[in-house]
Ligand binder design. Structure first.
Ligand SMILES: [Zn+2]
Length: 1095
């Protein structure tokens, strides 16, 4: 080879007389929108090509209409009996919440046979469901242009008449709010226009190009500006627009070919996901259906069917489609109300396409329910899933709940779940939560892998941006770069659309063609995502850790809003504890008594349903609370009947009768001495104090026993010591009250004053309560600056002792609201003699106000303690950092406490959950007055109790006193002879001795016992057992002893689901009064369940 140059391959002209400028990027970017937008260019752009043909004449579509009467929601069979009359497009349907059925007789014209696709379109601008005449629900409709199509059977192109039904619900996806603000109370008179009922041949190629163009031009807008990919995407977009000719189908095909330069050639099928490259983003279809919210529970039952049948259709069309949904309750609704849809769902579950998840009964709140309630969420949920589908869930799924208590990881692990998915903390409006994927660790040290999708939504539109943010907003990239993308219309239901699935195919195509966008994958499951992480951790990868609660820095008003609902929840939880305990005793001591497992499950299902994350927190519309009132009425009615049956089996009555003696029944596992209120005829054989219709007596009982009357040694007194100043006194407390406020509270045991000098306790304060937007949900930090003191009330002596001294305080809150408070003190020999009680009746008619009560106390600590599920949560009393300040309102259960070494003060309550301790002021939140989404939230009459309880430092005394405060002893009536036997049964069946910090929380029968099991697909145990659940309440290693007189074959430590984990050795101690004894050791804040298998 010589040095001669190679001849040019391409001829590069020598001369150029054609000027070409550089593109003005902004103008070309803006031009892109023109291609797909509505408006003046629509007919000449791509949007104008979406439909090839349409037919809506009455010859082809005949409509007949039956409006269901009185806002009823008839079943399909009921609707078939309706009287249908002719109707037409344009008809107005209403009012809000009403149901309309349409019979559609459709004849598809011959000319439609030539089109590759033909569908029926219906848009009544509200939600709907298409039914086949045999009662099979086949397609959900959203309305308002979204999800309006039903792909009817191809055989219907035969030119014949075909009949089907459309059930129309007069509400939108987000209920019936007037105007554009969906959280405003619903308008009862909304009407919806039936705007479309038509046969349509869609232009599939034009629609495919639409998605191609959408996604690749998202790249032109959202790819990083310093890379070539953004510019390339823009050029391809421009080339497509230049190549397009309106009305020319061939030009659409050419355009799609051009698009392949960015999205690749594989986007028309699920094969696009088959490339052998590492996936970063695990996408899963999802439909967040709130079990109630801006619509009633009754509507959700239909939303479930509408949403899920639609998803099953999409699974048939898109082989890669995977759909994840939680909430056993929603599956049960489908199973009960739509059995045909449920049969189809079971097939899809078997195919691995419909993926149940979460393991809980509903997506519940986790701040407010008791520990046992959370346990039941998992027991009911996991047992349902296992019984219907053969397997339990391994991932707890709670994307939309308003904060997460510190024991959840422990409860998850004890329910067979090691993984947790949530998202809500991205709504924090003060601090940014620092992790995406991390180990979340409970009070007892148990951990779960927690993942919060970096796209920061559980209702993603499957946009280019959602996929992109899965990396750009990923906060744990040092540890792992994968993430979940949870997409699909939610809240009101619906789930993914075909368009979303098409978009994700293109996103994947882009990743494999030009790169930059993280590689998204469909076809896996959420469990696949977590399994990979677990495997990585097993191989030594570490995730960052987060200990304790996931406090949500928003929605703090949900600890208080809808006070009646919260009170019913607390009462129902307390009630079920007693019911299960007594039913267990009855079932092991009376062989004629059948443990009412089905009924008890039903009652727990009610409690668990009402703990849904928009119900118990108070963020639903008024209709929902009328429904939940009804649920609770049913619960207490059925529950009291069950309690009567159990007591009958144990040979005692709950109402007085002539032949019986009166006793007080102590179901608490510790001894108590207390004042009880009895009926006037009851004879407890001791001095009583009569006040009006009521009679008080002091009774004493061992743990789990019958309390008998005792004489009062040192009576309690009340006197007016100065004008308007009242003094109440027992042996340990002296209190001075002025106008309802505590001037002085002196503790004689500690010889110290509790109210700081110059301050007053039990001071009612009211705040202006206008959060930034979410009224029922939020109380915002600035409300604290609007504090106003309610003037003092009028005080009179109500009860003079010797068993109760009481003052009546009548306080005017405003012209429309008042509160009456009975302040009472018992003798020091009673447990209740250690605290000052406030029993309140309030008439509340305020607008956007927040009432609280303050107790300044002479105690100093930088941390206060709050009862939480199965333990204690400590939170700052100061505002050092923004994280501390964010906790200006926190959740507590039965007590909150501020203690220093050797002394402290607890505030007890019987139905409240909101609290704040700021410096030395303890402040209990009482009632709010938000006007949206329930215009009448909390208006009217309510009752509640709280108490101030000084003590010598936080100990199990506070835990027990608060439990007693919430569980007043119930009266029992029986003969003296039966009473002895009953006492023996109560005290000897099962108890826990040893460390006082161990709380025996639940006694129940084994779920799978041969005489208890419902035999609904779960294995039966050929034995009988008593389940006891206890926990360490104080946060220290605790040693205790299970004791029982039952003849025990084995004792097992189990998980919450009652799977045996470990056999516990026990001895037969003939010297002991009970007989069997087993030592147990609990970790700090451990929840431990034991199964006593009877011989
Ligand atoms: Zn929700």
């Amino acid at each position: 080879m010589g040095g001669a140059p190679e001849p040019d391959k391409a001829e590069y002209p020598v001369l150029n007389f054609v000027p070409k400028g550089q593109q003005i990027e902004k103008i070309y970017q803006d031009r892109l929108r023109q291609f797909t937008s509505g408006g003046q260019y629509e007919k000449q752009n791509l949007r104008g090509q979406f439909i090839l043909d349409t037919e809506s004449s009455t010859n082809c579509i005949k409509l007949e209409h039956w409006p269901a009467p009185n806002l009823s929601r008839p079943t399909f069979d009921e609707a078939m009996k309706g009287t249908y009359s002719p109707s037409e497009v344009g008809v107005m349907l209403g009012p809000s919440w009403s149901t309309h059925w349409f019979r559609v007789t459709m004849t598809v014209p011959e000319r439609f046979k030539k089109y590759p696709a033909v569908e029926f379109r219906w848009d009544s601008n509200n939600e709907g469901l298409v039914w086949l005449p045999d009662g099979t629900p086949v397609q959900g409709l959203t309305g308002g242009g979204e999800r309006t199509e039903w792909k009817f059977p191809k055989a219907w192109l035969d030119g014949g008449k075909h009949v089907f039904y459309v059930e129309v619900a007069c509400n939108g996806m987000f209920g019936n709010a007037p105007g554009g603000d969906s959280i405003q109370p619903p308008d009862p008179n909304r009407y919806f226009k039936l705007s479309t009922a038509a046969i349509v041949a869609p232009n599939l190629e034009a629609l495919a190009l639409y998605v191609d163009f959408w996604i690749l031009t998202d790249g032109a807008r959202e790819f990083p500006g310093d890379g070539w990919e953004k510019h390339e995407a823009l050029q391809v977009g421009i080339q497509i627009m230049d190549a397009f000719i309106a009305g020319d189908q061939e030009s659409i095909r050419r355009c799609r070919k051009i698009a392949q330069k960015i999205i690749g050639p594989l986007v028309d099928s699920s094969r696009v996901y088959d490339t052998d490259k590492e996936t970063l983003v695990y996408a899963t279809g999802h439909c967040h259906i709130d079990s109630c919210w801006l619509w009633p529970f009754a509507e959700t039952k239909r939303k479930v069917c509408r949403s899920w049948v639609t998803q099953m259709n999409l699974m048939d069309e898109y082989p890669e489609h995977r759909f994840t949904c939680s909430s056993a309750q929603q599956y049960k609704w489908l199973e009960t109300l739509y059995p045909k849809a449920f049969d189809r769902l079971k097939e899809k579950v078997r195919d691995g396409k419909f993926q149940y998840i979460g393991g809980s009964w509903v997506e519940h709140d986790t701040n407010l329910p008791s520990g046992e309630s959370l346990t039941r969420q998992f027991i009911l949920g996991q047992r349902y899933f296992q019984s219907r589908f053969g397997k339990r869930c391994s991932t707890f799924w709670l994307p939309d709940t308003f904060g997460y208590n510190a024991q959840l990881p422990q409860l998850c692990r004890l329910s067979g779940m090691s993984r947790f998915m949530t998202q809500k903390l991205s709504w924090n409006n003060i601090n940014k939560f620092p992790h995406t994927t991390f180990n979340w660790i409970a009070l007892d040290g148990s951990q779960v892998i927690c993942h919060m999708p970096p796209s920061e939504t559980y209702t993603a539109g499957a946009h280019f941006g959602d996929v992109k943010r899965s990396i750009t907003q990923h906060k744990s990239l040092d540890n792992d770069k994968t993430s979940l993308l949870v997409f699909g219309h939610g809240d009101g239901g619906g789930g993914p659309t075909a368009e979303m699935l098409e978009k994700l195919r293109r996103c994947r195509g882009i990743s494999d063609t030009v790169g930059v966008l993280p590689r998204v994958k469909m076809g896996n499951s959420v469990d696949d995502f977590f399994a990979r992480l677990e495997e990585k951790i097993a191989k030594g990868s570490d995730l960052a850790t987060w200990y304790g609660e996931l406090y949500f820095e928003l929605h703090r008003g949900t600890y208080t809003t809808q006070v009646n609902n919260k009170k019913s929840n607390r009462e129902a939880e307390n009630f079920l504890r007693d019911l299960e305990y007594l039913a267990t005793l009855a079932s092991v001591h009376n062989r004629h008594y059948k443990y009412p497992k089905r009924d008890i499950d039903d009652l727990w299902e009610i409690i668990c349903l009402c703990q849904f994350h928009d119900c118990l927190p108070g963020s639903s519309i008024e209709m929902v609370y009328r429904e939940s009132d009804e649920y609770y009425r049913e619960l207490f009615k059925r529950g009291n009947d069950l309690l009567k049956e159990a007591s009958k089996a144990l040979k005692f009555g709950l109402a007085p009768d002539a032949k019986s003696k009166a006793f007080a029944l102590n179901t608490m596992p510790w001894g108590r001495i207390d004042v009880v209120r009895t009926d006037p005829e009851a004879d407890l054989g001791v001095n009583c104090q009569r006040v009006g219709d009521a009679k008080y007596a002091i009774v004493s009982s061992p743990g789990q026993g019958l309390a008998t009357g005792m004489q009062v040694r040192t009576p309690v007194s009340v006197t007016e010591v100065d004008v308007g100043i009242f003094q109440m006194q027992n042996d340990v407390l002296t209190v001075q009250i002025d106008g309802g406020r505590i001037l002085s509270l002196y503790d004689h045991r500690a010889d110290r004053e509790i109210i700081p000098r110059g301050m007053e306790g039990n001071k009612l304060v009211i705040f202006d309560d206008k959060p930034l937007y979410w009224q029922a949900w939020d109380v915002e930090v600035y409300h604290l600056e609007t504090r106003q003191e309610i003037p003092k009330g009028k005080v009179s002596i109500l009860e003079q002792g010797p068993l109760r001294a009481a003052l009546l305080v009548e306080t005017k809150i405003s012209d429309v609201s008042w509160i009456k408070t009975v302040i009472s003190l018992s003798p020091s020999s009673c447990d209740s003699g250690g605290y000052l009680e406030f029993r309140n009746e309030i008439e509340w008619n305020e607008t956007m106000k927040f009432l609280k009560v303050e107790f300044p106390v002479d105690v100093h600590n930088t941390e206060a303690s709050y009862e939480t599920q199965y333990g204690i949560m400590r939170r700052p009393t100061h505002y050092n950092t923004s994280w501390d300040m964010a906790k200006f309102e926190v959740c507590c259960h039965k007590w909150a406490d501020l203690s220093e070494n050797g002394f402290g003060v607890s505030i007890l309550n019987d139905c409240k959950y909101g609290f704040a301790t700021v410096g030395n002021v303890m402040r209990l939140s009482l009632i709010r007055a938000p006007k949206a989404p329930d215009a009448h939230a909390d208006m009217g009459r309510h009752t509640f109790r709280y108490a101030i309880y000084p003590h010598n430092g936080l100990s199990s005394c506070t835990v027990r006193t608060a439990a007693n405060f919430n569980n007043p002893m119930r009266m029992a009536y029986t003969s003296a002879e039966n009473a002895q036997n009953l006492s023996r049964i109560l005290s000897s069946t099962v108890s826990i001795s040893g460390s006082p910090s161990i709380v025996l929380d639940t006694v129940k029968r084994g779920e799978d016992d041969e005489d208890v099991s419902l035999r609904d697909g779960l294995p039966v145990r050929s034995s009988r057992s008593v389940i006891i659940r206890c926990y360490d309440s104080m946060g220290g290693r605790a040693v205790g002893y299970i004791e029982t007189a039952l003849s025990v074959a084995k004792i097992w430590k189990t998980n919450l689901l009652e799977d045996d984990l470990e056999e516990i050795p026990f001895s037969h101690t003939s010297g002991s009064s009970l007989g069997f004894k087993a030592k147990i050791v609990l970790r700090p804040f451990e929840v431990a369940t034991y199964r006593l298998q009877l011989a």
